[in-house]
Write a protein that binds this ligand. Structure first.
Ligand code: NAI
Ligand code: AKG
Length: 384
């Protein structure tokens, strides 16, 4: 029997929704119009770390569901990348194209500061480094702002490098080498990460199908392809799920691997930066049954996290590069183990992550949770 709206409301329980999470903070600031949710999933390995997404969610439930899923993914990502942080994430409910203001991000910063070092944040889909320059005036817990403001800069650069290392790992597992010349990739989303991946793939001699909400980015990539002598076909809407390619590279929203899309994919593998690509864990088994190799997103897209975590240890570009390169080896080992054990890559990854959290939780953490000086002190010291 279907529940009435009132019955459904009465049965809905936030503690049930967040039963795997430590803390969820609803942030409301009337003056700036800020409506945000911060979710802290698991701090076993250290303070929560994860970006802040801005999106015009239709309902609060939709925003809550997204932030709970994203923060759960961050716990896995931190463990996979072997950093001393736990999983957290924030979402701001609003349209990034029209609802941003310095006041909105300052208000968000105040809420982050109120958590007193339990949560560090920076950019994600719909937000930019510049947005967080406003937020950092109110909190010591912002990462990934431009270098001139004391941050480690654009985290989409190492994220894109990590995606490229993953695409080489996938090629290695599929055909025994890392050379991407002549391969075809279907990229969904040409934003901060997808655009950089597209350029890197063209330079590596690959051909592309691309799709993006704003057509300008597709046209730019097509022009670059022409200069380099590589084919770039622009695809609109969700036709990107149907194209015949070697690898589908999701670099936009999550949930794109689901009951509807799996029968449509015409690729050998899926590996991209989008967070939470699987609508449900069982979809990894469905991909396995179709013989499509799936590279778990929280391993592929760990480069940005590696950079912002490293910033809190005192930024070292070489260290970030080495750890981002390690994504290649982590993925080759994982995909090989999954094949040997006849498991889906997602199940194998979850086993590996669980083991790592148990093992790492027993050692002393390198990051001891110190807070950085406040903005005013940093200004006094002439840092900006
Ligand atoms: N920026 C980073 O360093 C990291 C990003 N990610 C994830 O990677 C994904 C992309 O992130 P960013 O590039 O930073 O975001 P972004 O906001 O800069 O770019 C997203 C792009 O996807 C496009 N898009 C959205 N829906 C689409 C659709 N249905 N079809 C085609 N294109 C679509 C948009 O037009 C936009 O250009 C997100 O899922 C994000 O959570 C994960 C780890 C780190
Ligand atoms: O890339 C960042 O700034 C933080 C890491 C993160 O939120 C992510 O990897 O999804």
């Amino acid at each position: 029997m279907e529940l009435t709206r009132d019955q459904a409301r009465m049965q809905w329980d936030i503690f049930h929704e967040m039963s795997e999470h430590e803390q969820v903070v609803f942030c409301n600031d009337k003056e700036s119009g800020l409506k945000a949710i911060i979710a802290i999933h698991d701090t076993t390995l250290g303070p929560a770390l994860g970006g802040c997404r801005m999106y015009p969610y239709r309902t609060t439930e939709e925003a809550l569901e997204d932030v709970l899923r994203l923060s759960r993914g961050m716990t896995k990502k931190c463990a996979a990348a072997d950093v001393d942080f736990g999983g957290g994430k924030a979402v701001i409910i609003g349209d990034p194209a029209s609802d941003k203001s310095p006041e909105l991000f300052r208000a968000f910063g105040q809420f982050v500061e109120s958590l007193n070092g339990r949560f560090y944040t920076g950019t994600d889909m719909g937000t930019t480094m510049e947005d967080f320059v406003h937020a950092m005036k109110e909190t010591r817990c912002i990462v990934g702002v431009p270098e001139e403001f004391g941050g480690s800069g654009d985290s989409s650069v190492p994220t894109a490098e990590g995606v490229m290392n993953s695409l080489k790992a996938v090629n290695h597992v599929l055909v025994g080498h890392q050379d991407l010349t002549g391969k075809t990739y279907a990229i969904q989303g040409l934003g901060k990460v997808g655009y950089k991946v597209a350029i890197a793939l063209l330079r590596a001699g690959a051909n592309l199908y691309v799709s993006n909400l704003q057509p300008e980015a597709c046209l730019d990539i097509q022009a670059v392809g022409k200069t380099l002598g590589q084919r770039v076909d622009i695809v609109t809407g969700d036709a990107i799920f149907d194209v015949k390619a070697d690898v589908f590279v999701p670099c936009a929203r999550g949930g794109i691997i689901n009951d509807q899309t799996i029968p449509r994919f015409n690729v050998l593998a899926i590996a991209g930066s989008a967070n939470n690509q699987l609508m449900d864990v069982r979809h990894a088994d469905m991909l396995n049954q179709r013989g499509i190799l799936y590279a778990p997103d929280y391993i592929v897209n760990g480069g940005g996290l590696i950079q912002v975590a490293d910033e809190l240890y005192g930024s070292n570009k070489k260290r970030v590069q080495v750890k981002t390169h390690a994504i290649f080896h982590t993925l080759v080992d994982l995909l090989t183990t999954a094949k040997e054990k006849q498991l889906s890559s997602e199940t194998a990854a979850e086993q590996f992550i669980k083991q790592r959290i148990v093992c790492r939780s027993k050692r002393n953490h390198f990051f001891t949770g110190h807070l950085r000086p406040k903005w005013a002190i940093r200004q006094e010291k002439g840092m900006f």
